[in-house]
Design a protein around this ligand. Structure first.
Ligand code: KIV
Ligand code: ZN
Length: 512
């Protein structure tokens, strides 16, 4: 190994830009804790100027994380950089990431700046950020469609101004691996001061090439990859962390660098992000999909039994499969429950929330007997939702299905503190439940997605339901889990409604 590859995780920032993937401060803290445990080098925690909530989340991550560098995003504007620096103040190690677009179309249509103005503003932003920290990253947004000579000019200038990392984003996922790799190699070879900065890449997946492009960049000298858990991110997403890291680990014969990641944490991080955002992981997804290590055909099974290397290039346990331990059962006490949650990075600020989670656990253990880590994650998400000061809460639900009869659901909700009751018929119990809820809430939302997954195996497993709704163009995801999937569905729909009906005043970094 000649050197180290820096893993920069942007699940909490670019990942959160996926429509419907917004996360609360506490959810971000849980993910940040898991990323830190996995030994991610840099955690991009958010875009502090976007909203007071984003500012508070970055600050909370900066206060909690000690082993990873915490990074905040800022446009190339003093006010953004000041806000980022303020949020990062408590961090043990911090980085300011500032960006400005360099492609002809972005400069002309979006920024309405001349190339000279772009260079001037980029340099000014980096110098301003350097007043706060000596760890400054600059990204020429839409670098993948920028003019090569102009890119060299901007990057040389920002490195001179003090940027310690220069990140080359393929913002719109337009590039192809061979050429993107060559671009990185040519930048490193042509920029006179390129040895003064780490070259990084940030690839979007619009053509399904984000990981391929990132790896090609690494082969050509990039030493930081920006990526997200499960490939979450704007539009088709970013390069998937797990795929980048495992490609490099598995093909040590090709790559001359490696990461310091504890890969056994990968599946846990993937589940956590999926549970929190409500974005399910497709079964055939590399590394973290349910089928990633499942051998269906007889020939494959036979081969694997004789020698696993016949069909397996990685070991399931190396990425954290099979570590979903049966941790607790109905006789487990509050202390064991609390300790296991803490091992999973979950801490409740309020005693009453812990008590509520413990009661929910006892109820679950009665129904299910064996409670796994993934059950605990889902249960905690549900408890946090229920205890939050939400507009709509589920009080009770009764659904009736009988062969030959129309399914009917009766439901009681608490809306703004007062109880309302409704009944409705539907094509099935879930349809009837949603119709009954809608008859009380009148949200005017359109249902875009409804999906059910089992959290663990077996018919007593909890069902985890994801609901995506659209309210006047604003898309939100809701999540609910229960051993009864009709109740899980009602919880998911109510969670989505609470998000859709809450006021939102967040700015999007790249649409301002
Ligand atoms: O995709 C992009 O260009 C970004 C930048 C802010 C790095 O997310
Ligand atoms: Zn991006």
């Amino acid at each position: 190994m000649d050197d180290k590859l820096i893993i920069f995780d942007t699940t909490l920032r670019d990942g959160e830009q996926s429509p419907g993937a917004s996360m609360t401060r506490d959810e971000k803290l849980r993910i940040a804790k898991a990323l830190e445990k996995m030994k991610v080098d840099v955690i991009e925690a958010g875009f502090p100027i976007a909203s007071p909530g984003d500012f508070e989340s970055v600050k909370a991550v900066a206060e909690m994380v000690t082993d990873s560098t915490v990074c905040a995003l800022a446009r190339a504007l003093d006010k953004d950089i000041d806000r980022a620096a303020e949020a990062l103040k408590p961090a043990k190690s911090s980085r300011i990431h500032t960006f400005l677009a360099t492609s002809p179309i972005h400069m002309r249509e979006k920024l309405r700046m001349t190339p000279d103005e772009v260079v001037e503003n980029a340099v000014k932003a980096v110098k301003h950020a350097r007043n706060y920290t000596d760890n400054v990253e600059f990204s020429p947004e839409d670098a993948g469609r920028s003019d090569f000579d102009f890119l060299c000019r901007v990057l040389e200038a920002v490195i001179d101004a003090g940027a310690t990392t220069v990140n080359i984003p393929d913002t719109v996922g337009y590039n192809l691996p061979q050429f993107f790799g060559e671009l990185i190699g040519n930048l490193i070879n042509n920029i006179p001061n390129s040895d003064k900065a780490i070259f990084s890449v940030h690839c979007h997946n619009d053509l399904g090439l984000a990981v391929g492009n990132s790896l090609s960049a690494v082969l050509n000298g990039a030493r930081q990859v920006e990526c997200t858990i499960n490939g979450l991110g704007e539009r088709a997403g970013n390069a998937a962390l797990e795929e980048v890291v495992m490609s490099i680990r598995t093909r040590r014969d090709i790559f001359t660098c490696d990461t310091k990641l504890d890969t056994t944490q990968i599946v846990h991080c993937s589940r956590l992000v999926s549970t929190i955002t409500g974005f399910p992981v497709q079964p055939n997804k590399a590394i973290v999909g349910a089928n990633a290590f499942a051998h269906e055909s007889g020939i494959h099974q036979d081969g694997v039994l004789k020698s696993r290397e016949t069909y397996e290039i990685m070991r399931a346990e190396d990425v954290g499969w099979n570590t979903n331990r049966m941790v607790l059962g109905k006789h487990s006490g509050r202390n064991a429950f609390k300790t296991r949650l803490e091992e999973l990075g979950i801490r409740f600020d309020k005693e009453e929330d812990l008590n509520a989670a413990f009661s929910a656990f006892k109820e679950l253990a009665d129904k299910k007997h064996e409670v796994f880590d993934d059950d605990l994650q889902a249960l905690v998400s549900d408890t946090i939702q229920e205890s939050a000061n939400e507009k709509i809460k589920l009080v009770s639900l009764k659904a009736k299905v009988e062969t030959g009869e129309t399914p009917i659901a009766e439901i009681t909700l608490s809306i703004d503190g007062s109880e309302k009751h409704a009944a409705a018929e539907g094509g099935g119990p879930v349809d009837a439940t949603f119709k009954a809820i809608e008859s009380m809430v009148n949200s005017g939302c359109n249902l875009q997605l409804y999906s059910v997954n089992n959290i663990t195996t077996g018919t007593d497993s909890q069902g985890e339901v994801t609901v995506r709704i659209d309210k006047s163009g604003r898309i939100v995801n809701g999540l609910g889990s229960d051993t009864d999937i009709v109740i899980a569905s009602a919880k998911a729909y109510i969670d989505a409604l609470n998000k859709a009906l809450a006021p939102e005043q967040r700015a999007h970094p790249q649409r301002l």
